[in-house]
Ligand binder design. Structure first.
Ligand code: FAD
Length: 290
């Protein structure tokens, strides 16, 4: 099923993300987590793509497994930053062969000290979107950044670039994580003003480890509201308490999004079925998946 059709639903829906193993040795544990998360009946599941391109086979295989064996719609991520155009096109062909209808088209983070872009690489995700669009009847998603992308100094330029990307053939957007919902509401208002009309799925990351937070923030440039800093200060060193508090915080954000008219939230569940299960439990009378 195409995600753009799922996003037409007018009742609260939840989807989850998993990431592929870095080596074949980790495959079994990722499959087990994927199966447990799929059993929660999410409206779809996304599978990330290693920026280096080395795990592309695993992304395609897990996306097929989710769709064919677990009966859940899958969304395969695809990045182009560390691959040639030929490699990216081979992956698109493979996705098509496997009957995967949904692709999240991304550039990926530019590796330090690289000569990106080489002549045979896509420079921006917008170029990848156009390529996928020309290759078949895919439903195409792309990333957006309520707090602005770190590479672009001015938020207005980022929104202008986002409009260009959407106009290349994007069907829906998924946001970078955020911890303060008004930042998302404000972003939504600004992109609608800029003429971006496709559905936007907010991405929520339950922070369940104090150490995880520091790394996450460094990578994304995401602002932490004082309310969440207080949670981290109080519970960050107590793993069980932090997990409970992180799940409660994410649940609270999701309920606020639904209460404000959003119908679909994507949860960065980080291959953790316990976290995904707890969130679904907290929302058991609210979410209407299926
Ligand atoms: P782009 O849309 O190309 O934007 C990158 C930067 O270039 C932005 O600052 C933009 O404003 C600027 N830009 C775009 N077009 C132009 C232009 N024409 N002229 C000038 N500037 C321009 N990474 C992974 O490695 N694997 C994943 O699976 C993955 N999944 C993700 C899922 C989501 C929902 C999100 C939000 C991010 C994900 N990422 C993933 C991270 C992402 O790859 C990085 O944030 C990357 O730095 C940007 O990718 P993009 O597709 O947003 O790039």
């Amino acid at each position: 099923m195409k995600i753009k059709d799922i996003l037409q639903e007018k009742t609260p829906h939840i989807s989850f993300e998993v990431f592929p193993p870095k080596t074949d040795a980790g495959f079994a544990s990722v499959l087990s987590a994927t199966e447990q998360i799929a059993a929660l009946n999410p409206s779809y599941m996304s599978i990330t793509y290693g920026a280096g391109g080395g795990t592309s086979k695993n992304t395609v295989n897990i996306a097929s497994y989710i769709k064919d064996k677990l009966g859940v719609t899958s969304l395969a991520h695809l990045t182009c930053v560390s691959s040639t155009k030929e490699h990216v096109n081979r992956v698109i062909e493979e996705l098509k062969k496997q009957g995967i209808e949904n692709i999240l088209a991304l550039r990926g983070d530019i590796p330090k000290d690289s000569d990106f872009p080489l002549p045979n690489q896509y420079k921006y995700a917008s170029e990848l979107v156009a390529e996928i669009r020309s290759k078949g009847d895919f439903c195409i998603g792309a990333a957006c950044y309520p707090e602005g992308h770190v590479d672009t100094e001015h938020k207005n330029d980022d929104i202008h670039n986002l409009k260009t990307k959407v106009d290349c053939g994007v069907d829906f957007l998924t946001t970078q994580m955020f911890f303060d919902n008004p930042i998302f509401y404000n972003f939504l208002y600004r992109i609608r003003e800029a003429g971006i009309e496709v559905p936007v799925v907010p991405g929520i990351m339950p922070i369940t480890k104090g150490s995880q937070m520091k790394r996450t923030l460094e990578m994304s440039g995401t602002v932490l509201p004082q309310r969440f800093r207080d949670v981290l200060d109080r519970f960050g060193d107590d793993p069980k308490a932090m997990q409970q508090a992180g799940i409660a915080y994410a649940t609270d954000q999701i309920i606020d999004l639904f209460a404000n008219g959003i119908n679909h939230v994507h949860v960065y569940s980080m291959n953790n079925p316990d976290v995904a299960r707890a969130i679904m439990h907290n929302l058991s009378d609210i979410v209407k998946n299926g």
